[in-house]
Design a protein around this ligand. Structure first.
Ligand SMILES: *[C@@H]1O[C@H](CO)[C@@H](O)[C@H](O)[C@H]1NC(C)=O
Ligand SMILES: *[C@@H]1O[C@H](CO)[C@@H](O)[C@H](O)[C@H]1NC(C)=O
Ligand SMILES: *[C@@H]1O[C@H](CO)[C@@H](O)[C@H](O)[C@H]1NC(C)=O
Ligand SMILES: *[C@@H]1O[C@H](CO)[C@@H](O)[C@H](O)[C@H]1NC(C)=O
Ligand SMILES: *[C@@H]1O[C@H](CO)[C@@H](O)[C@H](O)[C@H]1NC(C)=O
Ligand SMILES: *[C@@H]1O[C@H](CO)[C@@H](O)[C@H](O)[C@H]1NC(C)=O
Ligand SMILES: [Zn+2]
Length: 307
């Protein structure tokens, strides 16, 4: 009797832990990494503006509050933010269209990760362009949301299929652990990387990514940063190239995340080693693009469309 109760209790705790974990987006490590990389590309004005906006608890470090939107989204007064972490696309279509896809389950338009990035970019931008205008928004929150959601939109399965909730309902094993595909991409690949290559040290992994940014990827970085005027989805995207980021994510989801990961699969070395470069690149791109976005917002240089 006692032991079966105990087992039930353990089962509950495990289910609860998995629920909580499954709901996170790029785990804490992923968001920290994106923001830490971004910080090293901030222009002087951005450094100052970010310092001014950060809450006391951040102690001047943006990366330390980049998981804040995940921490609050289950509280009832913040529940409206939970659809803003991802966007669902039609099953197997492997493309993303703002007008078709960016809504919550009640079909409220713009309530998805790209809509949110656009929203918070505009809030920060209008405050920064016209400092005399009365600002109705909490710009501290805007900064923390924007930094988090730019990370999220780079996680391929945050732009996944509607039918499986971005991999959340695809149960798989990650080596011996039972989990779901979404969680593999949020957390497990990064965790295994830290264990296998970096002596469990996140700063070491970030250093390695930064080294690649100044060497291996240095030729690609300008193209990651640049706005493409091309992406005219319904809202105006001259300041944010977020529509491109989402399109890349669903492409990668189809090509790498979903491939060979049907329900019940055990994912091991083959999957890990072939997907790791994708995760590394997306973390780095997220960082570069967050920095580019914040630099565009806070720089006093004239803002040429698409520059
Ligand atoms: C835009 O930001 C405001 C302030 O946080 C919020 O009330 C609104 O729901 C947001 N809209 C979207 C689409 O993110
Ligand atoms: C802005 O948002 C932060 C985080 O939610 C909060 O701590 C702070 O009190 C807010 N500021 C104002 C002026 O409401
Ligand atoms: C790995 O990290 C531990 C502390 O976490 C340290 O004692 C050990 O020296 C490190 N090993 C290497 C090879 O750096
Ligand atoms: C750095 O780039 C090399 C070559 O593209 C790649 O093999 C390696 O995995 C990358 N490391 C990181 C941390 O991104
Ligand atoms: C828009 O992008 C597509 C491919 O992404 C390209 O083929 C086309 O030439 C671009 N159009 C313009 C006007 O840049
Ligand atoms: C696009 O944004 C620019 C700059 O914020 C604004 O001047 C323009 O009116 C917007 N266009 C549309 C169609 O919303
Ligand atoms: Zn998130």
């Amino acid at each position: 009797m006692k032991s079966s109760l105990l087992r039930l209790w353990f089962a509950r705790v495990i289910v609860l832990t998995q629920l909580i974990h499954g709901a996170l987006s790029w785990g804490k490590e992923g968001h920290y990494t994106v923001c830490k990389i971004a910080e090293s590309y901030f222009e002087e004005e951005t450094v100052a503006a970010v310092k001014r906006l950060l809450p006391e608890s951040a102690q001047g470090d943006l990366a330390s509050v980049c998981s804040w939107p995940d921490e609050i989204k289950h509280h009832w007064q913040w529940r409206w933010t939970s659809p803003l972490h991802y966007v669902d696309t039609p099953d197997y279509r492997c493309n993303y269209l703002y007008c078709r896809d960016c809504h919550d389950t009640h079909k409220h338009q713009d309530r998805c990760v790209t809509g949110a990035i656009f929203n918070y970019t505009m809030q920060l931008m209008s405050a920064s362009e016209n400092s005399r205008r009365i600002v109705h928004y909490n710009l501290t929150e805007a900064l923390m949301f924007l930094s988090h959601y730019i990370g999220d939109v780079h996680q391929p399965l945050h732009v996944g299929f509607l039918g499986d909730e971005g991999g959340n309902t695809i149960t798989v094993r990650w080596y011996r652990r039972k989990t779901n595909l979404h969680h593999v991409w949020d957390n497990m690949i990064i965790e295994s990387t830290l264990k296998t290559y970096y002596n469990k040290s996140l700063p070491l992994m970030i250093q390695a990514l930064q080294a690649n940014l100044t060497h291996g990827w240095s030729n690609d970085v300008p193209s990651w940063e640049s706005c493409q005027l091309n992406q005219t989805a319904c809202p105006n995207s001259t300041v944010v190239d977020v529509f491109r980021y989402a399109s890349e994510s669903i492409s990668l989801a189809c090509k790498y995340a979903y491939r060979n990961a049907t329900p019940g699969t055990t994912l091991g070395d083959d999957y890990f080693l072939s997907r790791l470069p994708v995760v590394e690149k997306r973390l780095a791109q997220g960082g570069i693009r967050l920095a580019a976005t914040l630099n565009r917002i806070f720089s006093s240089k004239p803002k040429l469309a698409g520059a």
